[in-house]
Design a protein around this ligand. Structure first.
Ligand code: F6R
Length: 366
């Protein structure tokens, strides 16, 4: 079942090009300029009349929700709030009947997410599910939804579920943007064309595996690790840190790069590896100056950069390249090296990568 891979996690990391292709199969018709998603088409008015979108999820799925917040607001100009399902359900939240709630869950069985859905339904909101497991409880409880079609995810650490969730959410955002007219035709077509190239670009990103393994070897004995990113890649930093802690048991934290000076910079010394997502888009110059600040305090930099980058290469201890793409789609590529880095570190430390201690694949109790 693992084919030639040592672990399910590695197999699932490598499955991402085909998983994403499955996610958009029959939905993304780039040449025709159409995105077809029955769950959205059938409820288009609810989406278009929504004053806001509330996203509820846990763990990695919550990180996908955070990426979606940037994408929805940027492309579709709909205000988005992203909530931990466990916090949302217990705080007497304000939910209006014209809210659209998107619940994201790989397993479709997460107890807190399920409870948040029930609450939102009681208040009259329209609830849309983004699940991987077909026929799961959450997929049945929601009013409508879209499956990620990532195929079974066996490794406890979520990998292909995350990138396919982002893919589905991007398709929805683009579809709404088109319907609302908040995106130009040129931009819309460019996004569709570019989305179609993502699986191929992930293949390219995976070619850095051997290099990433060498980097992993250098940092496997670190006690702590910091992950920094901005904009669309801030949630990717959170996800990179979660991947490292859950399978290698190394303490890791993700931060928006600019927040570093508000506290975490105090942690930086020659013992501290800092993984910085510094693609040549968005706030590149600002991230480069964060890297300079870290270097002047002897921190070790692992930069995730756009291919051909030279500025970060000059400063960083290591760089891992990913292909160029449009900014909103970079999370689909920057995630890949972070998954591989965690994987190799955990394997080198002899940890049980597919079944980390204390964790379960679906959290059906709160
Ligand atoms: C992290 C991980 C967990 C899950 C979380 C939500 O790798 O697997 O953080 O993402 O328990 O699970 P689902 O998406 O099934 O609701």
């Amino acid at each position: 079942e693992k084919n030639n891979f040592d672990h399910f996690m590695l197999k699932e990391i490598y499955e991402q090009p085909s998983a994403i292709t499955d996610t958009y199969r029959g939905r993304l018709l780039a040449d025709e300029g159409i995105i077809r998603m029955a769950g959205v088409d059938d409820n288009l008015e609810r989406f278009l009349n929504a004053k806001r979108i509330l996203i509820v999820a846990c763990g990695t799925s919550w990180h996908a929700g955070l990426v979606a917040e940037y994408i929805f607001e940027d492309l579709a100009r709909i205000p988005v709030e992203v909530e931990y399902a466990s916090e949302f359900r217990y705080r007497n939240p304000i939910i209006n009947s014209d809210d659209v709630v998107i619940a994201i869950s790989q397993s479709g069985e997460t107890a807190d997410t399920m409870a948040a859905i029930k609450l939102a339904k009681e208040k009259g909101a329209f609830v849309f599910g983004v699940c991987n497991v077909v026929g799961s409880s959450i997929s049945r409880e929601t009013h409508a939804g879209a499956y990620t079609h990532a195929g079974p995810e066996i490794g406890v650490a979520s990998t292909k579920a995350f990138t396919t969730q982002i893919t589905v959410l991007t398709l929805i955002a683009l579809k709404l943007a088109k319907a609302k007219g908040s995106i130009s035709n040129t931009d819309f077509h460019m996004h569709l064309q570019e989305l179609e190239t993502i699986p191929q670009k992930i293949e390219v990103a995976l070619e850095s595996n051997a290099h990433i393994k060498e980097v992993a070897f250098k940092y496997k004995d670190a006690r702590n690790c910091l992950y920094l990113g901005r904009g669309f890649n801030f949630p990717v930093a959170l996800e990179g840190a979660l991947k490292l802690k859950e399978i290698s048991y190394i303490h890791a934290e993700g931060y928006p790069a600019a927040e570093m000076k508000h506290g975490p910079i105090a942690l930086i010394d020659e013992e501290m590896p800092v993984v910085v997502i510094a693609t040549r888009k968005g706030h590149y110059e600002k991230v480069v100056s964060n890297i300079q600040e870290i270097k002047s305090r002897q921190g070790k930099i692992i930069g995730i950069v756009t291919e051909g980058d030279t500025s970060v290469r000059d400063l960083a201890d290591h760089v891992i390249e990913i292909p160029d793409t449009i900014e909103s789609l970079t999370p689909l590529l920057t995630t890949i090296p972070l998954q591989l880095l965690s994987y190799h570190i955990a394997v080198m430390l002899g940890k049980n990568v597919d079944q980390p201690r204390n964790l379960a694949k679906s959290v059906t109790v709160e």
